[in-house]
Design a protein around this ligand. Sequence first.
Ligand SMILES: Cc1ncc(COP(=O)(O)O)c(C=O)c1O
Length: 397
Amino acid sequence: MDMQQMFAGRMSRLGTESAFEVLKKANELEAQGKEVVHLEIGQPDFATPDNIIEAAYRAMKNGCTGYTTTQGIPELRQAIAEYYAAERNVPASADEVVVVPGGKPIMFFTMLALVEPGDEVLYPDPGFPIYESCIRFAGGIPVPMPILQENGFKVDVEQMKRQVSEKTKLIILNSPGNPTGGVLDKADVEAIAQVVRTTNAMVMSDEIYDRLIFTDQKPFSIASIPDMKERTIILNGFSKTYAMTGWRLGYGIMNREMAEKVTLLMVNSNSCAANFTQVAAVEAIRGPQDSVEKMRLAYQERLEYLTGALNTIEGMECLMPGGSFYAFPSIEKLGVDDKEFADRLLTEGGVAALAGSAFGIYGKGHIRLSAANSMENLQRAVELLRAFVEKIRAEQK
Ligand SMILES: Cc1ncc(COP(=O)(O)O)c(C=O)c1O
């Protein structure tokens, strides 16, 4: 049987996340005895805080092991709604929250619920690769908004004005951004809202890194602007803030009609998120937050070191990110294609990193390094990178 003939056409429109592919290749090299410093995957290197683990354990012991309501347990939805109202100035109610397994399903479900063939979707480029993948899967037309180093990795609002049209169905925002670490401040978001008002589009605001900001600015959600709330789907979750990537727990906040559709997609796909993880997530939100702050400070210290060190390597240029846990240096001056650079850096240099163009065409000329790794490993990665860049420069002579 020719399996390729069997697959539905839509499967050819799905993309992937190169982080997982590079991880696989890096693991194979390690199995052959090669040294690899892993800076490819966006996963906290910290353990989930104890109070959350204890809460999950207690919940399991107390019998929270069956299905829950599809939309998510009311206590968790209430905790999320109160948190967003108190901390982000978004007056949400529990019935506007849908709990799902990770942040990703909110992306997928939003696209499935809203995007029809021919609809245009604006999204950040470089950006999380799954945005473009989901847009294409739903039959939409991806319209990349350049997020460039020369603009401090912010949305170019003047260009955005030219990119919206009557076909724009959805606009995706991501602050702090992956892979750039760019943060949109209140003025940026207000300027973006002004453009959104000229359209009939919904907004998906991916706020998964909103607790990882390294300046004194508070995250500003577009949904806190009164006339934007109805048209915004907030995506957030527990993976990054509480080092819970493997627990698979995230959520969306959206108007009630949209919440019904996303819940319908949930009942057709997952039934519900895992029960005891939802109970533990209530503890995550309502319990002590000191470990969140500890992790944030650790990422900040590492990124300050990493960006400083990268800027001492000739040919590399790196901004200190405003948030997230990634450094996104430019390697443009080295005159090597970023994919080739990342490939060779892994196989010859011993550092696993991602090519900027894996995040979209405007990511070209950069690489992404994750600082979710120990200071010792980052120091070693810098040593290896420096030696690798010297080798490349010697080849060019
Ligand atoms: C920008 C962004 N949004 C969403 C996600 C998805 O998070 P989760 O692991 O909770 O599905 C990630 C994960 O890397 C991300 O970088």
